[in-house]
Design a protein around this ligand. Structure first.
Ligand code: UDP
Length: 463
C-alpha cells in the first residue's frame, strides 16, 4: 500500500456529465486503493474542485483562434456533437501534452494516464511524447463499443450511412440490432463522424488496457466477442458508483430537499421519472406531446427539463397556459435532480429515459424498469438491449412521440406489465451486487487492474 501511495494516476475526462461522473467515480475507487489522482480538465465545463477534495485538478486552456469559439458556450446542448468533439480534440491536444509534461516532470511518480476513450489518439500521441503508459475509460457499454468498432464493416455492407428505407432491417452481423439501432448521430460533417469513431476505436486498441463501467454478468457474451477480436486487456469493474467508496452521503441543496419531500408524498412505485440526460434536445412540438402524454396518464411524474432541452427556448416558455391547473401537485418539473437518489426512492415506478449508459446502469442497479426513447449514438444500442436482451423496458421511439402513444406505453409499463419488468430488473440488480461482492468478477477485475497499473514503469517510454 505504501508503495502505491507514491504512485500517481493522471486522469483526463471528456467534459460532459455522462463522462466526467464515471471518471470521478473511478478516481475514488483508485484513490481508495492508494493511488494519488491528478485530473487534467478542459477549461470548458471545468468542475468545482472543492467538491472533490481528494484530487488535484489542473485546467488546460484551448488553442483555437481560427474558428468561432464553440467551447466558450456554457454547455453542449443542441450542438453538432461531431463537430464539437473534433474541435475539442484539435483544441486541447497541445495543452494536454504540455500539462502532461509538467506533471510527469514534476517529481511525482506518475505511472499511468487514464483518458476517456472518446479523446482517441489525441491522448496516445501526448502520452507517447511524454513517456507515460495510457489506459482508456469507456463510459459506454461493450455492445455499443462493438457496434462502433464495426463501422468499417457496416459501411462496406451499406448499412451506413443509414437509409430510411432499411430502418427495420436486422443487422445480421450484430444481432439483435436493426439498422435504426446503429450508433450514429445527426451531423453536418458525416465524414467526420467516421473519423471520430475510427480514431476512438484505434485509440482504444493501441492502449494498455480498457477500463469498463459494466459488469461481466451483464455483458458476458459481448465481452467475450470483444476479447476474441481485440488483443487489449479489459477490466469490467462496474458499476462504478456502487463500489463502497462511491456511496457518499449526498450534500443536498434546497431543490433536492424539495424533490425528496415531493417523492415522499407519493405512493410506492407510482411515479414516472423522466430525464433525457445532459445532452439530448427536443423540438417544441415533441415537448408538447410529452406534456399532454404525461398529463393523460394521470400518474404522478417528475420530469427533468434542463434549460436547453427544448430547442429555441430558455426553459418552460412552451408550457401551455393553465397546465398546472390541470396537474396540481401530481407533477413536478425541475432543471436537474440527484438522479441516483431519485431512482433509489421507493415511489419511483418507471424511468422514461434516453438510455445513456450511466442512466441505464443506474436504473438497473436500483431495480427500476424503463421506457426507452433513444436519441443518438450508443443510446440506440442500449435501448435495443434493454428491450430485447435484458427485457427490462419498452421502446417508445422518438418517431412515435405522440400523446396517445406516450399514455399507452407508460400505462402498459406501469400497470399491466410493470411487476414482471420490475422482477427482471431486480434479478439484474442482484447480479450486479454479486459481481461487486468480495469474490465477484468486478472485484477480481479491480485487483487485476491495480496489479496491471502497478506493473507499469513510471516512465515507460522515457529514453
Ligand atoms: N443526471 C443527474 N441528474 C439529472 C440528469 C442526469 O444526476 O437531472 C446524471 C445521471 O445520473 C447520469 C448522468 O447525469 O449519471 C447522465 O449520463 P448518461 O450516460 O445517462 O447520459 P448523457 O448525459 O451522457 O447523455
Amino acid at each position: 500500500m505504501d508503495d502505491k501511495k507514491e504512485r500517481s494516476i493522471i486522469m483526463f475526462p471528456l467534459p460532459f456529465p455522462g463522462h466526467f461522473n464515471p471518471m470521478i467515480q473511478l478516481a475514488r475507487i483508485l484513490h481508495h486503493r492508494g493511488f494519488s489522482v491528478t485530473i487534467i480538465h478542459t477549461s470548458f465545463n471545468f468542475p468545482d474542485p472543492t467538491h472533490y477534495p481528494n484530487f488535484t485538478f489542473r485546467t488546460i486552456h484551448h488553442h483555437n483562434e481560427e474558428e468561432e469559439d464553440p467551447l466558450s458556450k456554457p454547455d453542449a446542448s443542441g450542438m453538432d456533437l461531431v463537430t464539437f468533439i473534433r474541435q475539442l480534440r484539435q483544441s486541447y491536444a497541445d495543452p494536454l501534452r504540455d500539462s502532461l509534461k509538467a506533471e510527469v516532470g514534476g517529481g511525482e511518480t506518475a505511472c499511468c494516464l487514464v483518458s476517456d476513450v472518446v479523446w482517441g489518439k489525441t491522448t496516445e500521441v501526448a502520452a507517447e511524447e511524454v513517456g507515460i503508459r495510457r489506459m482508456v475509460l469507456t463510459t459506454s457499454g461493450v455492445a455499443s463499443f462493438c457496434a462502433f468498432a464495426a463501422y468499417p464493416l457496416l459501411r462496406d455492407k451499406h448499412y451506413l450511412p443509414i437509409q430510411d428505407s432499411r430502418l427495420d432491417e436486422p443487422v445480421t452481423e450484430l444481432p439483435p440490432l436493426r439498422v435504426k439501432d446503429l450508433p450514429v448521430m445527426e451531423t453536418n460533417e458525416p465524414e467526420e463522424l467516421f473519423r471520430v469513431v475510427n480514431n476512438m476505436v484505434e485509440g482504444a486498441k493501441s492502449s494498455s488496457g480498457i477500463i469498463w463501467n459494466t459488469f461481466e454478468d451483464f455483458e458476458s457474451t459481448t465481452l467475450m466477442d470483444f476479447s476474441s477480436e481485440f488483443r487489449v486487456p479489459v477490466f469490467p469493474i462496474g458499476p462504478f458508483y456502487k463500489h463502497s467508496e462511491n456511496i457518499l452521503p449526498t450534500m443536498k441543496n434546497k431543490e433536492d430537499h424539495a424533490t425528496n419531500d415531493w417523492l415522499n408524498k407519493q405512493s410506492p412505485r407510482t411515479v414516472v421519472y423522466v430525464s433525457f440526460g445532459s445532452l439530448a434536445d427536443i423540438e417544441e412540438k415533441e415537448f408538447l406531446e410529452i406534456v399532454w402524454g404525461l398529463r393523460n396518464t394521470k400518474r404522478p411524474f417528475l420530469w427533468v427539463v434542463r434549460s436547453g432541452l427544448v430547442r429555441g427556448t430558455d426553459w418552460l416558455e412552451s408550457l401551455p397556459c393553465g397546465f398546472w391547473e390541470n396537474i396540481g401537485l401530481k407533477g413536478k418539473i425541475v432543471k436537474w435532480v440527484n438522479q441516483l437518489e431519485v431512482l433509489a426512492h421507493p415511489a419511483v415506478g418507471v424511468f422514461w429515459t434516453h438510455c445513456g449508459w450511466n442512466s441505464t446502469l443506474e436504473s438497473i442497479c436500483e431495480g427500476v424498469p424503463m421506457v426507452c426513447t433513444p436519441f443518438f449514438t450508443d443510446q440506440r444500442v442500449n435501448a435495443r438491449y434493454i428491450v430485447d436482451v435484458w427485457q427490462v423496458g419498452f421502446m417508445l421511439e422518438r418517431s412515435n412521440l405522440d400523446r396517445k402513444e406516450i399514455d399507452k406505453v407508460l400505462r402498459k409499463q406501469m400497470l399491466e406489465e410493470g411487476d414482471g419488468m420490475r422482477e427482471s430488473c431486480l434479478k439484474l440488480t442482484e447480479r450486479a451486487n454479486v459481481c461487486l461482492s468480495k469474490d465477484g468478477s468486478s472485484s477480481k477485475y479491480l485487483e487485476k487492474l491495480v496489479s496491471h497499473v502497478m506493473s507499469f514503469d513510471s516512465y515507460a517510454f522515457a529514453s
